[in-house]
Design a protein around this ligand. Structure first.
Ligand SMILES: Nc1ncnc2c1ncn2[C@@H]1O[C@H](COP(=O)(O)OP(=O)(O)OP(=O)(O)O)[C@@H](O)[C@H]1O
Length: 393
């Protein structure tokens, strides 16, 4: 087992010198082995907090699967696996069981040499458990990241319940749930105990409960017609000269697909590839892409300036700290979606530099944005439409 101090040394070796607020508040609970609901702003450092708990719970000398980290998407899984491998520094194996992965090959690896830590998407994990590729009998710690998203996903929730209640039992493991948004959190804590997802003494670590939105984000909006949106977006990019950008678009509805319309992502990408004269590379990421194309976009986005056009698939957990600007080309569906999209910027914990989030809305959508502002307690400043067109017309 790693002692508490060796867990911290390992974090320091990787470059995490002082703890963030959520780490400071949660680590005493997490390292004591108690169940915990880790509830803190986007970009606040929840991943390192729960991974340190994982490393303190497992016995690196044992050849069995002892820790499971469940994530909602393949991309988030790749990211978490990378941090876990850095912390592991070859003392133990970390395996990623993710949608779109090579599960057949991984099945034999699992049998031959069970890794101490598995980072998995719900579907891939269940597939492996059902194929009896490995046993969950030695699980000591279970982490569910973006827990509200997985519980809210009709595709994932039933399998998640199996993982929580049938494959493993709360009484014999430490359970950690993490997210920046846990709607009706008191109810959720109650449900955790009631449904035996956690033990009854689960601790809710809630950092900044009165301010869910990170304070160094600057929010603006432009009211324009749907026809003007692409040109407004281009003007904003010219005006802001961002370092790296995520442009969020809505996922195409089935009705729009049937009508043969192009999705927002295609409209934006084609327009920018033709009109944008800046240096950032235009990339796209959306659920409907095959996993190889998704992997290419995700890899290309790392390490250089990018202009990523994405559906909400990039809104949960994506950690690209160089992202300076977020544009909501399509209004998010809910306040929670706004919070997670906005949280893809301003992710350097000790930096005070202001990052910006700009939303393009029609006159009719204005009240929806106001609702998000009231719910998430942030202020958004209007940018006059006239000021946009001095740039590119
Ligand atoms: N103690 C630390 N010192 C310096 N940087 C840190 C520290 N802890 C975390 N970070 C960095 O902060 C960034 C955000 O951390 P992380 O991805 O864990 O946020 P999060 O709370 O999980 O956010 P989200 O809710 O959006 O998923 C990462 O780039 C991470 O490397």
């Amino acid at each position: 087992f790693l002692t508490e101090s060796s867990v911290f040394c390992r974090a320091e070796d990787v470059g995490y010198i002082s703890p963030t607020e959520v780490q400071e508040q949660s680590l005493p609970v997490l390292l004591s082995g108690q169940d915990c609901i880790l509830h803190a702003q986007t970009g606040s450092g929840k991943t390192l907090a729960y991974l340190l708990a994982v490393f303190s719970a497992i016995d690196v000398g044992r050849s069995s699967v002892q820790a499971l980290v469940i994530v909602p998407t393949r991309e988030l899984g790749i990211q978490v696996t990378k941090v876990a491998r850095l912390l592991a520094a070859k003392t133990c194996n970390v395996m990623a069981l993710l949608d779109g992965g090579m599960l057949t090959r991984q099945k034999s690896w699992l049998k031959a040499e069970p890794p101490a830590i598995i980072v998995a998407t719900v579907a891939s994990l269940c597939q492996m458990v059902e194929k009896r590729a490995f046993s969950l009998g030695s699980i000591k710690i279970l982490v569910i990241d973006e827990v509200d998203f997985i519980f809210g996903s009709s595709k994932q929730v039933n399998s998640l319940r199996k993982i929580l209640n049938s494959y493993t039992a709360a009484s014999s493991r430490q359970t950690i749930f993490a997210s920046a948004s846990i709607p009706q959190h008191n109810r959720f804590v109650h449900d955790c105990v009631q449904h035996k997802w956690t033990k009854s003494d689960v601790v809710h670590v809630h950092v900044n409960p009165v301010q869910p939105m990170p304070s160094h984000l600057h929010h603006t909006y432009v009211i324009c017609s749907k026809k003007e949106r692409l040109h407004v977006l281009l003007s904003l990019l010219e005006r802001d000269a961002p370092k790296s950008v995520i442009i969020f678009v809505a996922q195409q509805s089935e009705k729009s697909k049937r009508a043969g319309n192009p999705p927002s992502s295609t409209l934006v990408v084609e327009f920018l590839r033709a009109e944008y004269k800046g240096t950032l590379e235009v990339l796209v990421l959306e659920e409907d892409m095959n996993f190889n194309a998704r992997a290419t976009s995700f890899t290309e986005v790392k390490g250089k300036g990018f202009l990523l056009v994405s559906t909400d698939i990039a809104s949960r957990g994506f950690d690209l700290p160089q992202t300076s600007h977020i544009y909501n080309f399509d209004l998010p569906k809910t306040a929670t979606d706004y919070l997670h999209r906005a949280g893809r910027t301003g992710r350097e914990p000790f930096s005070k530099s202001e990052c910006s989030v700009t939303t393009l809305i029609t006159e009719e959508e204005h009240f929806v944005l106001q609702r998000f502002q009231n719910e998430l307690k942030f202020h958004s400043q209007q940018l006059p439409l006239e000021s946009m067109f001095t740039f590119n017309l």
